[in-house]
Ligand binder design. Structure first.
Ligand code: C2O
Ligand code: CU
Length: 577
């Protein structure tokens, strides 16, 4: 009954803009480097009638916004009073695997986890959320999520709005499904209630000047197509992991689950007016969660896709009531921001291919399970081993009927192309999450794995639709330090060693260093696709200026060997006949 009421209510909002508004909750902040997060079970009155059971950090729902500076040494205590195991992941931040809070770094009920790390990230908006394998959606849907605002000197030098909650407004946008008893349902496709900072039908006052919004799509599955009523132009200044080189003038901004953007909107001269932040989901094409019927098979709907009133509709997200200017308003949109230096494709050490697919049988599946390169997440399998400081292109192909947001831990990536075309302006810049188009769509990204090597604790890469992630659409990678030679720029293509016999008949190949004082500590065999087919550390008591490695397990063809020595990395081509 109540649920039907919500449906009709949402329809009313969609069709007539009628709503009874609630003041937007602004999450409290923590601005010290000693951060205490207390994860707790609680309740929250979202809807008329029965109260809703929730989870929150330091409160009944969501968590405080952490405001930190690049270079800060953080000392964080996360205490788990949920009565069940969880983890906390710092989404988008460049931290060691042990501090990353992925599914291996569990916090037992009653325990406190104490990560300590230096903030290395650029100024941008990041977030934290639980990441327990198979339970991420439950813990996030029930309410645990918070923003992290990183500041740095480059950002501070710009004339940007930065008064939190006044002209710099955090917006955690989520949809949830409430059952007939007002309880949150996870792994649901009936997410028909929209919340901004846990506020239903929110409105907020904003001054008639340049205002900054920090948008996070914290939904489990839904993609938003943000824009303002009247198609008012706004300016994207930051992507997931940093400021852009210059503001991008936009009227629409698509954000999939996990993505963030910072935007500026100029409200000068509008005092007394209202403006709606909307999602224009009617404009979504096939393959996007939030479209009318996102199936790719001639518009055939995906299995289990719920025809709730948000799908394919244009709906209000937040009402802005424009009030008087503050005493020190920002009144201009900057013409330039920071220098963004993407990694160059020519400098990539290798390319990896990831293939997204539904498990056998169901091209039209919405809920999966989905697999990556034929396998489902296995906590005991390292899917990818990455040499420290490798610059890599990841080429992802999506063989399913729904677009999946690819998130990679540890790094920020730069999108090279999507279906062969340059990324749209809003996706140019540092990204850690972006949609790979449905129906055999492809995306290529480039990144570099610097700083943190750990052979035992893996980082994750996964689809950020939490239902898919929990269903196994995730893999694990370790970054390994290649025997202490930690800089690929040392790669030495000079003739520093001989390799014989070359071509090999498929038994052993011997590498012998010209420099008799140097020692071979390990090697990697790389195929012509740039994939590491073997990577071997040599035990210390076998280090020598000569080493014979077996090649009989490889098929015939061309390969490259990298020889890691005490002094450098050598590289050479060889053939197996
Ligand atoms: Cu926001 Cu692996 O997650
Ligand atoms: Cu997915």
């Amino acid at each position: 009954m109540i649920k039907n009421t919500i449906f009709i209510y949402a329809l009313l909002i969609v069709q007539f803009g009628v709503s009874q508004n609630n003041p937007l909750i602004i999450p409290p902040t923590i601005e010290t480097t000693n951060i205490n997060l207390n994860l707790q079970n609680s309740t929250h009155q979202f809807l008329p009638g029965q109260i809703t059971a929730t989870m929150g950090a330091n409160g009944s729902i969501l968590g405080p916004t952490l405001i930190v500076n690049q270079g800060d040494n953080l000392d964080i205590n996360v205490t788990n009073n949920l009565g069940q195991t969880t983890t906390i992941h710092w989404h988008g931040m460049h931290v060691s695997a042990a501090n990353d809070g992925g599914p291996h770094t569990t916090i037992a009920p009653g325990a406190t986890w104490n990560p300590q790390f230096t903030v290395l990230d650029k100024a941008a908006t990041y977030w934290y959320h639980p990441h327990l394998h198979e339970f991420t959606d439950e813990h996030v849907s029930k309410g645990i999520a918070g923003l992290i605002i990183v500041k740095d000197t480059e950002e501070a030098a710009l004339n940007l709005p930065r008064t939190y909650g006044v002209d710099d407004i955090p917006l955690v946008v989520q949809t949830k499904d409430f059952d007939a008893n007002n309880q949150i349902v996870n792994h649901s496709n009936a997410d028909d209630v929209l919340l901004v900072n846990a506020t239903i039908n929110p409105e907020t006052d904003v001054p008639a000047q340049v205002v900054r919004f920090r948008l996070l799509n914290g939904s489990s599955q839904r993609v938003f197509n943000f824009g303002f009523s009247g198609n008012k132009t706004f300016y994207q200044i930051a992507t997931d992991g940093g400021l852009k080189s210059a503001p991008a003038a936009l009227t629409r901004l698509q954000l999939a689950p996990g993505e963030r953007s910072e935007i500026l909107v100029d409200l000068q001269g509008m005092q007394g007016q209202t403006l709606q932040l909307m999602s224009y989901a009617s404009e979504f094409g096939n393959g996007i969660y939030g479209a009318t019927a996102p199936g790719m098979n001639g518009g055939m709907p995906l299995d289990n896709y719920n025809p709730n009133p948000m799908n394919g509709a244009d709906f209000n997200v937040l009402q802005l009531n424009i009030v008087a200017q503050t005493s020190t308003p920002v009144t201009t949109i900057p013409s330039a921001l920071v220098t963004v230096t993407p990694y160059l494709e020519a400098n990539a050490d290798q390319t990896r291919n990831l293939q997204f697919n539904p498990v056998a049988g169901g091209f039209n599946q919405l809920n999966g399970d989905f697999i990556i390169n034929g396998v489902s997440m296995d906590m005991n399998t390292i899917n990818i081993t990455i040499p420290l400081n490798n610059t890599e292109i990841w080429s992802i192909q999506n063989g399913s009927a729904i677009s999946h947001p690819l998130h990679i831990h540890d790094i920020q990536y730069y999108i090279l192309d999507i279906n062969g075309n340059p990324p749209p302006p809003a996706a140019q810049g540092w990204k850690d999450t972006y949609l790979v188009p449905a129906g055999q769509g492809t995306m290529r990204v480039i990144t570099k794995f610097t700083d943190f090597a750990d052979d035992t604790v893996p980082y994750m890469y996964h689809c950020h639709m939490l239902t898919h992630e929990d269903g196994g659409m995730m893999g694990q990678f370790v970054v390994t330090d290649l025997l202490g030679v930690d800089d690929n720029e040392l790669i030495n293509t000079a003739n520093g060693f001989t390799l014989y016999p070359n071509p090999s008949q498929g038994t052993y190949i011997t590498a012998a260093l010209n420099d008799k004082t140097d020692k071979i500590r390990g090697y990697a065999i790389i195929n012509t696709l740039g994939q590491i087919v073997n990577y071997h550390k040599i035990h210390e008591n076998e280090w020598s200026n000569m080493y014979s490695f077996p090649v009989f397990e490889y098929s015939t063809g061309t390969y490259f060997v990298r020889i890691f020595t005490a002094k450098t990395i050598y590289k050479k081509k060889f053939n197996i006949n």
